[in-house]
Design a protein around this ligand. Structure first.
Ligand SMILES: Cc1cc2nc3c(=O)[nH]c(=O)nc-3n(C[C@H](O)[C@H](O)[C@H](O)COP(=O)(O)OP(=O)(O)OC[C@H]3O[C@@H](n4cnc5c(N)ncnc54)[C@H](O)[C@@H]3O)c2cc1C
Length: 492
């Protein structure tokens, strides 16, 4: 790769050359690291454009990266020596980090709209918005960039009440890799717009394969005056759906319900152990087979008196135990689950969602199949049961258990994805598409949908340089693969 033209344009801060400094761009949040031929860090939209022009000439694969918290293998270059059998040879992968694209955040507190540079982290947006009593009501254990959130359609714990990122996006600025390297800007941020299909919505979830997001306009909501969090031990698995319906439809409190999370015994134990507080769980040292974390938020007076609701639910036998735990402690514990499981061993994550009434049936089927397939593994699932989501995580404890073989990994994924398909669910609820679920997308998406994506790709990235090489959208055939090495028709 000839870096000199782009290095001259971006300056010293714009190119990461030191192999040690590069590691954090090559090491994913989950999975194996992969080598980058280079890491480029443009600081302006013009520089992003220059990087794309350079990549088109060099014929390198350009992998946009935000905060690198993605969980589907699409955020970092592919691991060495792991090209899928029969796949064409892959090109050099250059990471296009958006982490310096952080200047120029604007917040209109009256209109409740923020226009956010794509590299800015969710925590930084929230910090600035809270000065106006506002926030983006998306909550998760990681701190992603706004561009990465658009690319994956981030969900989190409050989808039940507020929906995923898609619901909050009003506009977008994107740089395409078409022949003109066009910058398209729709940041007018009107709250409704019926001029045909909406560009931002088309790009949400496209995982860096259709364009590089450089700015996002989002609608903000008021920070609730108060919130209250309860940990609930349901009667059994079959009580969960009914409990959700009762909480959601309750005339007094239903509108305030903002999260309902499920934490299995294994996940709770991993979080508490990781925090060094084994005996200080919501139920002391007891680990119910499943616990639910429920949050209500709104005006303080509207949240009073939940004790009475729980007394009724206990009388009816739906709830065995329910305790108030302060919100900060509740969420710290919930957010410690990921780290806790990672500390325990090798974690195979599966991010699924089903129609809500089917979730616990899916869970029972998947758990039974997994127990017979890999009896040595622990299934420590948890997730956003209020929106039908579950992180069906399979853990191979370090030290006591052999790690999973590649064949076992594939068989585990297949069992879970088939169980989820049986109930009409999705194999990617909120983490997006990437190498880990590419085969399933290619196998289950209709020909006309695949053609539609290929046509979009041919329009906005005709050379086929954008995004992870093993993202399913990049396995639909690209013009570059059909051109000879000396072909110069690609220069803009
Ligand atoms: C501990 C932990 C907990 C998590 N919990 C949740 C959760 O509850 N809910 C949830 O939805 N997700 C969760 N995630 C996943 C992750 O945080 C999200 O997928 C997040 O949206 C990724 O954003 P990012 O900035 O880190 O993107 P990256 O990881 O950098 O990239 C993700 C994808 O977006 C593309 N991309 C990044 N920036 C851009 C850009 N500017 N333009 C175009 N494409 C771009 C990349 O090419 C890649 O395909 C969790 C992750 C971790 C590590």
């Amino acid at each position: 790769v000839d870096l000199s033209p782009i290095a001259a344009r971006l300056g010293a801060l714009g190119v990461v050359v030191d192999p040690v400094d590069r590691l954090r761009f090559e090491e994913p949040a989950r999975g194996a690291p992969g080598p980058a031929a280079a890491v480029l860090r443009p600081a302006t939209v013009d520089e992003v454009r220059a990087v794309i022009e350079w990549a088109r000439r060099q014929r390198v694969q350009l992998l946009p990266q935000g905060a690198n918290t993605g969980l589907v293998g699409a955020s970092t270059p592919p691991p060495e020596g792991a090209t899928p059998a029969g796949a064409p040879p892959e090109r050099d992968v250059v990471v296009l980090s958006l982490e310096r694209l952080v200047d120029g955040l604007t917040i209109d507190p009256v209109d409740r709209v923020a226009v956010v540079p794509a590299g800015l982290r969710l925590s930084a947006l929230d910090h600035a918005a809270r000065a106006h009593g506002l926030h983006l009501p998306i909550d998760l254990s990681a701190d992603p960039s706004l561009g990465g959130m658009v690319a994956t359609n981030t969900g989190g714990s409050r989808v039940l009440r507020h929906g995923p990122l898609r619901r909050h996006v009003l506009g977008i600025e994107v740089v395409f890799a078409d022949d003109a390297v066009s910058v398209v800007r729709h940041l007018d941020a009107v709250r409704k717009d019926s001029r045909g299909v909406e560009l931002a919505q088309l790009l949400i979830g496209s995982g860096g394969t259709l364009g590089v997001v450089t700015r996002v306009a989002v609608a903000l909501t008021p920070v609730p005056e108060a919130s209250t969090t309860w940990w609930i031990e349901p009667r059994d698995d079959s009580a969960v759906s009914e409990l959700l319906a009762r909480l959601e439809q309750d005339l007094g409190y239903g509108e305030q319900l903002s999260a309902l999370e499920l934490v299995s015994a294994g996940a709770l134990d991993a979080a508490l152990t990781h925090q060094g507080q084994s005996d200080a769980g919501p139920f002391g040292s007891r680990r119910p087979p499943i616990s639910l974390l429920a949050e209500w938020s709104g005006a303080a007076p509207a949240l009073e008196g939940l004790e009475q609701l729980f007394a009724t639910l206990a009388d009816e036998g739906l709830v065995l135990d329910a305790v108030v735990v302060p919100a900060a402690r509740s969420w710290a514990l919930r957010h410690a689950v990921n780290e806790g499981l990672r500390a325990r061993g090798v974690v195979l994550g599966h991010d699924v969602a089903t129609p809500r009434p089917a979730l616990m049936h899916f869970r029972a089927q998947a758990l039974a199949a997994l127990r017979s397939l890999v009896p040595r593994a622990e299934v420590s699932d948890f997730g956003h049961v209020g929106d039908g989501g579950l992180h069906c995580n399979v853990v191979f404890p370090r030290g006591s258990t052999a790690p999973p073989s590649p064949e076992e990994r594939a068989a585990i994924r297949a069992v879970i994805e088939e169980a989820v398909a049986d109930v009409g669910g999705t194999y990617s609820a909120e983490h997006g598409l990437g190498p880990v679920n590419a085969a399933r997308w290619l196998a289950t998406t209709s020909p006309v949908e695949r053609s539609l994506v290929a046509a979009m790709k041919a329009t906005v990235d005709p050379v086929g340089i954008l995004g992870h090489p093993r993202h399913p959208y990049n396995q639909l055939g690209s013009r570059l693969d059909q051109l000879g090495p000396g072909d110069t028709a690609l220069s803009p």
